[in-house]
Structures are given as structure tokens and as C-alpha cells.
Design a protein around this ligand. Structure first.
Ligand SMILES: [Cu+2]
Length: 469
């Protein structure tokens, strides 16, 4: 759930004794753990079959309660875990009072399974739809609706999807961290549908709806980690952990730092080499993986103030979570990751598709090449072809560009080629910046290409890239 959520406190402070005052409730748990995993209902080791039920839910965030939505009553939703080559079967039961879908962010799935409503239908209230596809790449992915996304993701519909590769070493432990930011307590009606008209108001209307505050610097105290505010993660010294980070916020960036960042993976699985950046920027929709080699010292994970309106922002560093280690053992040795060492591809210089982002800060009109979804020009590529995409940000905010159905390689950011091969599905483009991408069109479909700031997608910053057979 994110800042742009229109949220309302369920407890009514002036309504008498029928509503228990929020302050009287017990404090929520502060001990951090990975979200509970979905139960695999199929005994076949090559099939992962899970059920997700999307339904209204009451979220407790800090000392407050918020009416929202959840998968299987969980915030975040159940983590789905599979291995490369598995068939994933997900039965989605829609117990909401409006349409929904599931999108598998970062995975290349057949177009009919992508959860978009450009041509195919949504899952209606009371219906169950079964998604089924082979998972073909390892990494940290996530799932969320791609219908009425700004509201539905905001109100709690998201979860992690982990795909393991057999070649990767097992560490002592693993931690899945899903970050979200929460909106102000404010009632405002409204609903949208990613440009899809006719969305039925939900059960909780008119109390809930998008809240477009367009704040330059969101209150860092609104962040949650796996639904918890400023939790502690207890561990033992001498432990090695693989930590998977997902930014599920609608519109808020995470500029993370801690004592030593050892990044092993980004959107599309393992990097070619270990990276030790000073900061780790997670735009909405972005993922990263890091290794924690715990010695005896406690440390905090901090977020620096960061704004879509120009990056580094005013404000103070904020501790999102604290790692508390017991014991005095030294840090374990670094695991042997099967890093490939692959260098970045050279930029051919030519450009096949250009996407120019425009829009004014504070506005709700966001465009790609001057067009607003769904009234867009469809760029086309032949199956099997390779294309260079150039993203040009001529707007007043940053934009995390996300392409469905494909991973892409980053050729250059602001004219600078990355040191190693970077495979992504979501890439932040700063104000005035040009980003060049190499795309191998290997998946037939009408793929959404959009800004993953969900208020911008809702405002029209979405187009369609067709891969024809
Ligand atoms: Cu944007």
C-alpha cells in the first residue's frame, strides 16, 4: 500500500463506544520475518499449484487500522516459490466486488497470462481464473493486479514470486523484504482502471480512492517492511543471508543504505559480478538482492529522502528496519555465487523505438510520445528481432519504465555504459536523462510499456509494444 492510497481510519474518534479507540489496542508485532509462503497443492515436484483469494481485509499499520484488500488475508500476500522450469499454476479467486487480474512483474509469460486487460478480460467478482505458465528465469519477481492498479496495489494486493536456480548456493537463511509506503488518513472517493473505464466502485467506496498529493518528499515514517513499521530482524552472528528486496510502493522511491551493501542481483536475477554500491536505489516496481554476512554488530537499513521530482531531497535519513545480531561470531565467508562476469553489450548506435516522457509536476496528464493510453500508437517488432529502445525523459519527474513480457539489457544511462551486463525489466529514468535499452523480442503479444509510478500510469503514461509472430 502506498502514499497515494486514499486511506481512512476505520476507528471513528468521535463515534462513541461502538468503536474501540485505536490507542487502546495492543501494539503490533515488531519482529520481522519473511511473508508466509503459499502452500503448494501439487505433489508433482515440477508443478507449483497455489490458490490466492483476493478479498477485503483490515490492515494494521503501526497503531492504526486501514480497510484494504489482501491475498489470503495476508499483507504482503503469500510468497510464491518455484524453480526454473517449473509449471506455475495459480488459481485466483476474486472475492472483491470489482474486477481484478494478476500480473507477474518481471516474468516472461505467455501474453494471455500477463494479467492485462488491453484485449483480454479481467476476472469478474465471484469468479476464479487459473493462471498457468512455465517459469523460465530465476530471480526475485512480484505479483499484483494490472487492473485498477493504482487503487488495488495501493490497498494491499501484492506479493513476492521467487524463482530459484539449481546452480545457486544455499545460504544459512533467506529474507524477503517487501517495502510499501502508506497514505494519509483521508477519505476521498474515486476509482480508475489503468485507463479502463467502467470500473465498479468497491465495497469500501466512497471511503477509498486514489489520493494525489504529489508531495516532493513523502514522510519516511509511512514506510512499512512486510507490513511492519520500523521492525527489528533478530539473527545470530556468523549467519549468511540472501535478502530479496521489493519496492511495492505506488509512487515512492527507496534510496537505501547501510554499513556495507553487497548486491548480488537486480531485477532479472544474479548480476555478472558482486557490486558494492554506497546506495541502492529501488524505484517502484524494482527489485534487488543482497547478501548479509553477519558479524556481531547490529545495523540499521536507512532510507535517504528521495523525490521523484529530482532525486536527492530535503529531509533526514530514516531507519526502516534494524538488524539485531546475537553472539560474537565473526562474519561468515562470502558464498560462491555463479557470477558470469559478462560485460555489457556494445551500443550499435542506431535506434529502433524512441519513447519520450512528458508531463508536468503536480499534474495528472502523463504521456509517452505525446499520447495518453489507451489512445496510443502501437510500435511493432518481429518475433526474434533485436531492437534498441531509447527512453528520453522530457518531463518534470523521474519515471521507472517497465516493459511486460521481456527483460531488456541496459546499454547506456545518460551516455554511460554500465560496467557489467544489466538485465532489467524496470529502469528509472531521471529528469532530462536518456536511457538506451537492447531488447530481444522473443515473446509474441501486445505488451504494456509504462511508467511504474502508478499515478503516472493511471494518468496515461502507458503504451503498447507489439511483438508479432
Ligand atoms: Cu512516471
Amino acid at each position: 500500500m502506498t502514499r497515494n492510497a486514499a486511506l481512512v481510519m476505520l476507528a471513528c474518534l468521535g463515534c462513541g463506544e461502538a468503536n474501540e479507540p485505536v490507542a487502546a489496542r495492543a501494539s503490533p508485532p515488531r519482529v520481522l520475518s519473511s511473508p508466509a509462503e503459499a502452500v503448494d497443492l501439487d505433489a508433482d515436484p515440477l508443478v507449483v499449484h497455489v490458490r490466492l483469494r483476493a478479498a477485503p481485509a483490515l490492515h494494521r499499520i503501526g497503531d492504526s487500522e486501514y480497510p484494504g484488500f489482501a491475498y489470503n488475508g495476508q499483507l504482503p500476500g503469500p510468497t510464491i516459490r518455484a524453480r526454473v522450469g517449473d509449471t506455475l499454476v495459480v488459481e485466483l479467486e476474486n472475492a472483491l466486488e470489482f474486477d481484478t487480474t494478476l500480473h507477474w512483474h518481471g516474468l516472461s509469460v505467455p501474453y494471455a497470462m500477463d494479467g492485462v486487460t488491453w484485449q483480454t478480460g479481467a476476472v469478474k467478482p465471484g469468479e476464479t481464473f487459473t493462471y498457468s505458465f512455465e517459469v523460465t528465469a530465476a530471480g526475485t519477481f512480484w505479483y499484483h493486479p494490472h487492473f485498477d492498479s493504482e487503487r488495488q496495489v495501493d490497498l494491499g494486493l501484492y506479493g513476492a514470486l521467487i524463482v530459484e536456480a539449481p546452480t545457486e548456493p544455499a545460504l544459512d537463511d533467506e529474507l524477503v523484504l517487501i517495502f510499501d509506503s502508506w497514505g494519509e488518513f483521508r477519505a476521498e472517493s474515486g476509482s480508475g482502471g489503468h485507463g479502463t473505464p467502467g470500473t465498479r466502485p468497491g465495497a469500501l467506496e466512497p471511503a477509498l480512492g486514489p489520493l494525489h498529493t504529489n508531495e516532493h518528499t513523502p514522510d519516511p515514517g509511512r514506510w512499512t517492511v512486510n507490513g511492519l513499521v520500523a521492525p527489528a530482524f533478530p539473527s545470530r552472528s556468523g549467519t549468511s543471508l540472501r535478502v530479496r528486496l521489493i519496492n511495492a510502493s505506488n509512487d515512492d522511491y527507496l534510496d537505501l543504505h547501510w554499513s556495507q551493501i553487497r548486491q548480488i542481483a537486480s531485477d532479472q536475477g544474479l548480476l555478472p559480478a558482486l557490486q558494492t554500491p554506497e546506495r541502492l536505489l529501488l524505484a517502484p516496481g524494482d527489485r534487488a538482492e543482497v547478501e548479509w554476512l553477519l558479524g556481531g554488530d547490529d545495523f540499521g537499513i536507512h532510507a535517504e529522502p528521495y523525490s521523484m521530482h529530482g532525486g536527492v531531497a530535503l529531509g533526514e535519513s530514516h531507519e526502516l528496519l534494524r538488524v539485531e545480531t546475537e553472539g560474537s561470531r565473526t562474519a561468515p565467508p562470502a558464498p560462491e555465487w555463479p557470477f558470469s562476469g559478462t560485460a555489457a553489450s556494445s551500443d550499435p548506435g542506431s535506434t529502433d523505438i524512441v519513447y519520450v516522457f512528458t508531463g508536468d509536476a503536480g499534474g495528472s496528464d502523463w504521456r509517452i510520445n505525446g499520447e495518453r493510453y489507451p489512445d496510443v500508437t502501437i510500435e511493432e517488432l518481429d518475433l526474434g528481432s533485436t531492437a534498441v529502445l531509447e527512453l528520453r525523459n522530457a518531463s518534470a519527474t523521474e519515471h521507472p519504465f517497465h516493459l511486460h513480457g521481456h527483460a531488456f539489457e541496459v546499454l547506456a544511462v545518460g551516455g554511460v555504459a554500465p560496467a557489467v551486463r544489466m538485465l532489467e525489466d524496470t529502469i528509472n529514468v531521471r529528469i532530462g536523462e536518456v536511457v538506451r535499452l537492447r531488447l530481444h523480442a522473443d515473446n509474441v503479444g501486445d505488451w504494456m510499456a509504462h511508467c511504474h509510478l502508478l499515478s503516472h500510469a493511471e494518468g496515461g503514461m502507458m503504451t503498447v509494444l507489439r511483438v508479432r509472430p
